[in-house]
Design a protein around this ligand. Structure first.
Ligand code: G3H
Ligand code: 13P
Ligand code: ZN
Length: 315
């Protein structure tokens, strides 16, 4: 089915509005009914555009039919500016599959390949996507940390501004994920005062005026969630995210998509650990999954309002 039949939109108009009005759209990953309902509910409550992000492994976990049934059952309308996005597609086939299913946006992540290989595969995806009016994101530079369940990079490789113009003009992609010091997962910063490389970002923006840029690995790792997990039997003591002020600063630049997965995972886990610890007699999954869903909803709502600045942006 075409994404338009689900009431979804691609990211083109949304990103231009975000650049002009200096806010960002949250791309929140989901993988089950609870995270889906929580994220969609928070977007609707705050009248915010939203990007519903599904990784390849999350798609495999949910299954095509369950995912698209949840989307269909949500009665989404174009004025809600909701995008269904494939996060970190690693092949042309993965992106094509998502487009054919009804995704309105895809990311082709070939950032671990050579520049020329990355250009080749990203251009192929953009061409197919554009035949279906689907927007395409690609990545240049490698983020530290866990890129997905299968890829781990521990070297720090920032995006080289000298490459961005050629990459975008040769691939025709609609947005570009840049590496300026963020990383996936819960252990991002060496200290709370560490700064993202806004100087690199400024150089990229000079070379690509008004072009939508994307920040991956951008969870803020809220300390109250880390504390709740650690106080209830967890062990993630050194978890440290991107400081909220730096994310807020990023939203005022051409960064118009900010990716969040870890924060939702932390909220979900904190609520379950707390429920189990406080109520050892509970064995009804709806009780602890309900608490987890509510915790993801609250965190997403908070980040939409206080980090993305995207609340009340629907026309
Ligand atoms: O950036 C990667 C996302 O956090 C997705 O992770 O492949 O475990 O769903 P996942
Ligand atoms: P976090 O691990 O910081 O939440 O990053 C998520 C992400 O980039 C998904 O693509
Ligand atoms: Zn990512």
């Amino acid at each position: 089915m075409k994404y338009q039949e689900y009431g979804l939109v691609n990211t083109n108009a949304t990103f231009q509005d975000a650049i002009i009005n200096r806010y960002a759209i949250g791309a929140f990953n989901f993988y089950n009914l609870e995270t889906f309902a929580a994220i969609l509910g928070a977007a609707r409550q705050s009248h915010s555009p939203i990007i519903l992000a599904v990784s390849e492994s999350a798609l495999k976990y949910m299954g095509d039919d369950i995912l698209m049934s949840m989307i269909g059952a949500s009665h989404i309308t174009p004025d809600e500016r909701i995008t269904l996005h494939l996060d970190h597609g690693h092949s042309f086939d993965a992106c094509k599959h998502a487009i054919d299913l009804g995704f309105s946006s895809v990311m082709i992540d070939a950032s671990n390949l050579s520049f020329d290989e990355n250009v080749k595969i990203s251009a192929m995806v953009a061409e197919y996507a554009h035949q279906h009016n689907v927007s395409t994101e690609a990545e240049l530079g490698t983020l530290r940390g866990q890129e997905d369940e299968n890829t781990f990079s521990d070297t720090e490789l920032y995006t080289n501004p000298a490459d961005v113009y050629d990459f975008v003009s040769q691939t025709n992609v609609d947005s570009l994920a840049v590496a300026i010091g963020t990383s996936h997962g819960a252990y991002k910063m060496k200290s709370p005062t560490q700064e993202l490389r806004f100087d690199i970002l400024a150089n990229i923006m000079d070379l690509l005026p008004n072009f939508p840029l994307v920040l991956h690995g951008a969870s803020s790792v809220p300390s109250h969630l880390v504390q709740t997990i650690n106080e209830n039997g967890g062990d993630i003591k050194n978890a440290l995210g991107i400081p909220v002020q730096q994310l807020q600063r990023a939203t005022t630049t051409n960064i118009c998509k900010i990716n969040v997965d870890t924060d939702s995972r932390l909220a979900f886990t904190a609520a379950i650990r707390e429920t189990f610890n406080n109520k050892p007699d509970v064995f009804n999954p709806r009780e602890y999954l309900g608490a987890a869903m509510h915790a993801v909803y609250e965190n997403t709502l908070d980040e939409i309002i206080n980090i993305m600045g995207s609340a009340n942006r629907l026309a």
